[in-house]
Ligand binder design. Structure first.
Ligand code: ADP
Ligand code: ASP
Ligand code: MG
Length: 418
C-alpha cells in the first residue's frame, strides 16, 4: 500500500463526464490498495471567467477579493469530484485549502505556502477515505482566503505530497508528459521519459507552464517523487502501466544516460521590455533605476546596460507584461527627472525564448548555434542572458513560433532518439 497524491488540471476536470472519468481512475487506484489524496483544479475556463467578472466591475479589483472569488472554482470541482467518487462507491470528503489548513503568507494572488496541517487528512485516510483538497489556495495568517498564482494547483499537490510524505505525486494533465517544447507549438516535439529536476526547474521558470515553477521547487526541496502524465488515457488501463507512463522528474543524474546537450526549448510571451535612454554612466545608476522598480514590488528579469558613449548609457530590462504600464509610469515620474534621462521607451510585444540543457555545462558553442539559427531565420536578437544550463534571448513576439521551431530543429530535438 502506498500513499499517492493525484492532481488533475482544468481540462481533465472540464465537464461532469470528465470528472466521472477522474473518479473512476481514482477508484481504480483505491481498489488496488492505495491511499489517495486528490487535488483538482477548477473546471477549464472557470478561473478566467471568475476573474473576468471582477474586472467587469473594477479595473483595479482588490487582490483579497480576487482570491475570495477565484478560489471558488476549485471548491466546486473538489465537491463535484467527492460526489463522483461517492457515486463510484468510494468514501470521500472534500476540503477547501483553509479547512485543511494550507497556511500561506498574505501575498494575495501570488501567495506562498508556509505550512500544511496534516492531522485532519491523515485521520480521514486512516478511516479509509479518499481526501479531495482544492488546488490553488490556502489561508493567510489573518484568516483570509489566498491563492497561489496561475497554475498554482500543481504547487498545492506537491506541497500536500511533501507534507504527507507521500510515496509519489502524479500530475495528470492534457498532454502525456513533459515534451522537448510545447507540443501545441511544435508538433514534432518529443515526450521525455525523464527530465532532470534542474532542467525542469529552468523550463518551468522560463515559461513551460506544464508545471508551475513553485511545484518544482517544492519537489526539489522535499524530494517528492514527481511524474507528469495524461488524464486522457482510458481510465481502466493497467495500473502498473499507468504508473510508469509520462515523464518522471528525476533527481539523479544518470551518468550512463546519453544526454542531449539541449533537452528543451521554453518560451514566455508574458514579458515586456523597457529602456531608460541616456542616463549618466556613473556608479549607482542600476540601483537608482531598478531599486525604484523593486520597491514597487515589480519583478525584473533580463537586464542589459550598454557601453557608454560620452558619459551616457542606455539601460534596458524586462518585466511581466502586466507590470509594463505601471513601470513606465513610475520611471517617468520618479527616475527620469532625478537622473535626467533623455527618454523612457518600451515594447510590450516581445517574448523570451530559451534553450535548456544540463549538457550545456560541458559543451561549448551551444549559444552560437542558437544565434546562428535565429540569424538564418532573419530574427533579430534584442537581449541575451545566459546561465550554466540555459541561454535566453529576447526577440519580437511575432517571431516566437518561428524561433522555437528553428531551435527545436537545430538542436536535433525533432529526431527520434536511437
Ligand atoms: P493543467 O490544466 O492540467 O494544469 P496546463 O495547461 O496548465 O494544464 O499545462 C499543460 C499544458 O502545458 C499543455 O497543454 C501544453 O500546451 C503546455 N506546455 C508548455 N510547455 C510544455 C512542455 N515542455 N511539455 C508539455 N506541455 C507543455
Ligand atoms: N485554476 C487555477 C488557474 O487557472 C489554478 C490551476 O489551474 O492550477 O490558474
Ligand atoms: Mg496547470
Amino acid at each position: 500500500m502506498a500513499l499517492i497524491v493525484h492532481k488533475y488540471g482544468g481540462t481533465s476536470m472540464g465537464s461532469t463526464e470528465r470528472i466521472r472519468n477522474v473518479a473512476k481512475r481514482v477508484a481504480k487506484w483505491v481498489r488496488a490498495g492505495h491511499q489517495l489524496v486528490v487535488v483538482p483544479s477548477a473546471m477549464s475556463g472557470e478561473t478566467n471567467r471568475l476573474l473576468g467578472l471582477a474586472k467587469e466591475l473594477s479595473a483595479t479589483p482588490s487582490p483579497r477579493e480576487l482570491d475570495a472569488i477565484a478560489a471558488t472554482g476549485e471548491q466546486v470541482s473538489s465537491g463535484l469530484l467527492a460526489i463522483a467518487l461517492q457515486a463510484e462507491g468510494i468514501d470521500s470528503v472534500s476540503y477547501a485549502g483553509w479547512q485543511v489548513a494550507i497556511k500561506t503568507d498574505s501575498a494575495f494572488t501570488k501567495a506562498r505556502i508556509e505550512s500544511i496541517d496534516d492531522a485532519r487528512v491523515r485521520a480521514d485516510l486512516a478511516a479509509g477515505k479518499v481526501v479531495v483538497i482544492t488546488g490553488f489556495q490556502g489561508v493567510s495568517p489573518e484568516g483570509h482566503i489566498s491563492t497561489l498564482g496561475r497554475g498554482g494547483s500543481d504547487t498545492s499537490a506537491v506541497a500536500v505530497a511533501a507534507a504527507l510524505k507521500a510515496d509519489e505525486c502524479l500530475i495528470y494533465t492534457d498532454v502525456d508528459g513533459v515534451y522537448t517544447t510545447d507540443p501545441r507549438v511544435v508538433p514534432e516535439a518529443r515526450r521525455l521519459n525523464t527530465v532532470s529536476f534542474e532542467e525542469m526547474l529552468e523550463m518551468a521558470s522560463l515559461g513551460s507552464k506544464v508545471l508551475q515553477i513553485r511545484s518544482v521547487e517544492f519537489a526539489g526541496k522535499y524530494r517528492v517523487p514527481l511524474r507528469v502524465l495524461s488524464s486522457f488515457t482510458p481510465w481502466d488501463i493497467d495500473l502498473e502501466e499507468e504508473a510508469k507512463s509520462g515523464t518522471l522528474i528525476s533527481f539523479e543524474e544518470d551518468e550512463n544516460m546519453e544526454q542531449a546537450v539541449v533537452s528543451g526549448i521554453a518560451f514566455n510571451r508574458d514579458e515586456a521590455k523597457i529602456t531608460v535612454v541616456g542616463v549618466p554612466d556613473t556608479p549607482g545608476i542600476a540601483y537608482q533605476i531598478l531599486g525604484k522598480v523593486a520597491e514597487a514590488n515589480i519583478d525584473i528579469d533580463v537586464i542589459i546596460q550598454n557601453v557608454s558613449r560620452e558619459g551616457k548609457t542606455d539601460f534596458s530590462f524586462t518585466v511581466h507584461r502586466n507590470d509594463y504600464a505601471k513601470t513606465i509610469e513610475l520611471l517617468k515620474a520618479q527616475v527620469q527627472p532625478a537622473l535626467g534621462a533623455a527618454d523612457i521607451i518600451g515594447d510590450p510585444k516581445i517574448c523570451k525564448v530559451s534553450i535548456v540543457g544540463i549538457g550545456m555545462r560541458s559543451h561549448v558553442g551551444i549559444a552560437s548555434t542558437m544565434f546562428k539559427s535565429l540569424a538564418d531565420e532573419g530574427i533579430n536578437i534584442q537581449m541575451i542572458t545566459t546561465s550554466e544550463i540555459k541561454t535566453s534571448v529576447v526577440i519580437d513576439e511575432k517571431y516566437m513560433e518561428l524561433a522555437v521551431r528553428a531551435l527545436h530543429k537545430a538542436f536535433g530535438l525533432d529526431e527520434a532518439k536511437a
